[in-house]
Design a protein around this ligand. Structure first.
Ligand SMILES: [Zn+2]
Length: 303
């Protein structure tokens, strides 16, 4: 018998996630929300409210995809979207321990209709990295003009052929950009030995439950009261819980690598024009300045 393990939420005021399994159903799950992290990113990058919400959904989507690599300690999942709507490009990265970052281009786009119309259709690519930017996996699918969660669900069924259910819900008020954007998400993934009846039960649960309320109840003010209601359906085993937070892993070494890849000729030309080279990280807006001596040393050392 597995004892009931109530969903324990560590930091109620922050962006949080809970990861675990439902042994009765043979599924793995990940629930998460982001709000504070998005305010930070919006302020750094001057995002329009729609861009903030769309980027928030994409960042949460990348984070939800980390659910499957629980054994990998420091794994990063990236989602790269190229669209034909008002938004041309979205990049998001999330690590399994909760550090996230992302950009959206152009950052001040606005559009009519549903949030997903902003990205339109195009290409969705999922990349996985281990430790320091070491890409280990990359796969792209056609992105239809549908919500991000649907795009990711299609990606999973096409590339991995496993049963997964994903939901991402964002709340914002276009007329009132001062109200913070909130994004909630869930991800259920069938474990390899799942039985048909178990899958059926899970689908039934998702279908009959108001998943928005379900998630809000886990993370909201009434979380303590709600835990019993949530877990009355199934026994839940929590594997990990923690915070989601903004994290950019840029450093001068990485920027030097980028300059080095550009090549000595191009970098020297830039140096001629500007006297020094200034590179701003597009994710955290940190400025890196390289003097002529820095550049000489860089190309000398790597000769
Ligand atoms: Zn940075």
């Amino acid at each position: 018998m597995i004892e009931k393990d109530y969903l324990i939420v560590p930091h109620r005021d922050k962006d949080i996630f809970v990861r675990g399994i439902i042994p009765d159903l043979n599924v793995r799950f990940l629930f998460a929300n982001i709000k504070e992290t998005l305010i930070e990113i919006r302020n750094l990058q001057n995002l329009s409210i729609q861009c903030e919400a769309l980027l928030g959904e994409t960042i949460l989507g990348a984070f939800l995809l980390t659910t499957r690599e629980i054994k990998q300690e420091h794994e990063v999942v990236g989602i790269h979207i190229e669209g034909d709507g008002a938004v041309k490009k979205i990049l998001s990265f999330a690590s399994s321990y909760g550090g996230v970052r992302g950009i959206i281009v152009p950052e001040n786009a606005e559009w009519e209709g549903e949030l997903y119309h902003g990205k339109g259709k195009g290409l969705l690519q999922v990349n996985k990295f281990k430790k320091v930017s070491q890409k280990i996996y990359s796969s792209a699918v056609e992105m239809r003009e549908l919500p991000i969660a649907k795009n990711i669900e299609e990606y999973i069924s096409k590339s991995d052929q496993i049963n997964a259910f994903i939901g991402i819900f964002s709340f914002f008020d276009k007329a009132n950009p001062l109200v913070p954007v909130e994004v909630y998400g869930y991800f259920f993934e069938a474990l390899p030995n799942i039985q048909f009846e178990q899958l059926d039960k899970l689908a039934d649960f998702i279908h009959k439950t108001n998943m928005v309320d379900f998630l809000k109840n886990i993370f909201g003010d009434q979380a303590y009261e709600q835990r019993k209601n949530i877990t009355q359906h199934f026994s839940v085993q929590i594997l990990q819980s923690g915070s989601i937070f903004f994290h950019c892993d840029c450093n001068s070494e990485k920027i030097e690598n980028v300059l080095f890849t550009l090549g000595e000729k191009e970098v020297s030309e830039l140096l001629e024009k500007q006297g020094q080279i200034e590179v701003t990280c597009e994710f955290c807006k940190k400025k890196y300045i390289f003097t002529k001596n820095d550049i000489l040393r860089l190309f000398k050392e790597n000769e």
